[in-house]
Design a protein around this ligand. Structure first.
Ligand code: FAD
Length: 436
């Protein structure tokens, strides 16, 4: 029987179209080969990725990448692409690895970012901004009463209080910046292991359509998101407690009637225990409508709770869900160690998300920039040891990390049932920018 290498399969369906016996079936994220396969091998030449292997054929390795880099970055989200871009700008040789075949897709985000967080890197660009936010509306059953808070930004030259991005485009644009600065970017290329060889050498094992390789690096930056494995491979404990994970579901609803400049938040301890519901405008009658609930309090799957919410809101009910997003947001404190010999963690992999809002894009980019700076200093000093790289931990803890730690303490100070109290209402309003 023909076999499929899932890490190479591009899920394009070409092979299915030429199979004379219907032995191939393209399921959503998997190509299945059934017993009906007669080993005619017609599908092999239809596959653009070389993912199908005849029963008699042994796997092949394609031409080699550069064997060693100053910096290898694992994961091309905002954290990884920023790290690769900033490291390449400092003249380092950089490889940016992304396991997905399309950077930024599928989106696992509500795509909101504050003006301050974005402008620390660049001005908003029409190609990746779907909406400019000027108003914030928070609703909730607070202290037993329905409350509504509406805030409007003082309009200035800069645009608005924040933006709703088109992450699919934004993430690609960031990776393009890294490439323009000189980084090698490789998609559909997953890091499958990391180890420290000693003598200032780290190694990343990579599986990609170009073969299975071991690539050496002076420093490896782990930007592999909430599902990070790099930390564990490097001996760092990144396991989250269930109360530190928000389990989220989101629809991109088309055909809804909302204010295109307003973000809406709902505090509802029944529908979103320990979390909240959001509606973020995406332009042209579309919105990201999502719900995040603290994972240890989830009794009914968030996607079901979200459906109930949408059905209860007349202005959303007529919309159609054109995309379903499922995702986890780490809202704990970063682990005690973010670095080991030859390795730094950034972004969701380092749990650097705001514990109250769940916002992590701006933090991921800040962490990526800081990690690149420290990696460059370490390489320059010919010392990539954990002791040297711990500068990154210290600078993070003294900067953005200080605010995150405060917000974590605040979140934990309010038991989930108290998150509909007056005091938490105010904390939440300040965190999302609706109050000072
Ligand atoms: P990611 O964006 O997750 O990127 C990690 C990348 O690493 C991925 O592309 C992944 O494919 C790749 N990768 C993983 N493993 C490997 C491997 N072994 N080899 C190669 N590549 C690998 N934040 C906000 O600021 N605003 C919001 O409105 C917001 N809404 C959210 C809504 C939801 C439902 C969710 C789930 C999250 C939301 N967040 C939001 C959080 C935000 O999406 C993340 O904090 C942010 O994307 C973190 O960036 P990152 O680069 O660290 O990780």
């Amino acid at each position: 029987m023909v076999s499929v290498d899932p890490s190479l399969c591009g899920y394009c369906g070409s092979c299915v179209s030429v199979c004379p016996v219907g032995a191939l079936d393209l399921q959503e994220t998997r190509l299945a080969v059934s017993e009906a396969c007669v080993e005619c091998n017609l599908c092999l030449s239809a596959c653009p990725m070389g993912a199908l292997v005849a029963a008699t054929e042994s796997p092949r390795d394609l031409p080699m990448l550069q064997a060693s880099y100053d910096v290898v970055v694992v994961g091309a989200g905002p954290a990884g692409s920023t790290a690769a871009w900033q490291a390449a700008e400092q003249g380092l040789s950089v490889l940016l690895l992304e396991k997905r075949q399309e950077i930024g897709s599928p989106v696992r985000c509500a795509e909101g970012i504050g003006h301050e967080g974005l402008s620390a890197f660049f001005a908003p660009d029409r190609s990746w901004v779907s909406a400019t936010v000027r108003k914030i509306r928070i609703q909730g059953l607070i202290g037993g009463q329905q409350r509504l808070l509406e805030a409007e930004s003082q309009q200035d030259q800069s645009g608005g209080v924040g933006y709703i991005l088109e992450r699919r485009v934004f993430d690609c644009a960031l990776a393009e910046r890294a490439a323009q600065a000189g980084a090698d970017v490789l998609v559909k290329s997953a890091a499958t292991a990391f180890w420290w060889e000693g003598d200032s050498q780290a190694v990343v094992q990579v599986q990609s359509p170009w073969g299975h390789h071991e690539i050496s690096a002076r420093v490896v930056i782990g930007a592999d998101g909430v599902e990070s494995r790099l930390g564990a491979w490097a001996g760092l404990d990144t396991t989250l407690a269930r109360h530190d994970l928000m389990s989220c579901a989101q629809f991109l609803l088309a055909g809804v009637d909302i204010d295109p400049e307003c973000t809406y938040y709902y505090l509802d301890s029944h529908l979103a225990p320990g979390g909240y519901i959001w509606i973020f405008p995406k332009g042209s009658g579309c919105a990201n409508v999502g719900l995040g609930a603290q994972s240890d309090l989830v009794r009914i799957p968030p996607v079901e709770l979200l459906t109930r919410f949408v059905e209860s809101q007349p202005f959303l009910e007529r919309g159609s869900a054109v995309t379903l997003v499922a995702g986890g947001v780490p809202v704990g404190l970063p682990p005690p160690r973010l670095v080991s010999d030859g390795c730094l963690l950034v972004g969701d992999a380092a749990r650097q998300v705001d514990p109250i809002t769940g916002g992590g894009i701006a933090n991921a980019m800040s962490a990526g920039r800081l990690a690149a700076q420290v990696a460059a200093q370490a390489i320059e000093s010919d010392d990539v040891s954990q002791a040297f790289l711990s500068r990154y931990e210290q600078e993070w803890a003294q900067g953005v990390g200080r605010r995150m730690a405060r917000n974590y303490r605040l979140r934990r100070a309010f038991a989930p049932e108290q998150r509909t109290s007056e005091r938490f209402w105010l904390v939440f309003a300040i965190s999302v920018g609706a109050a000072k």
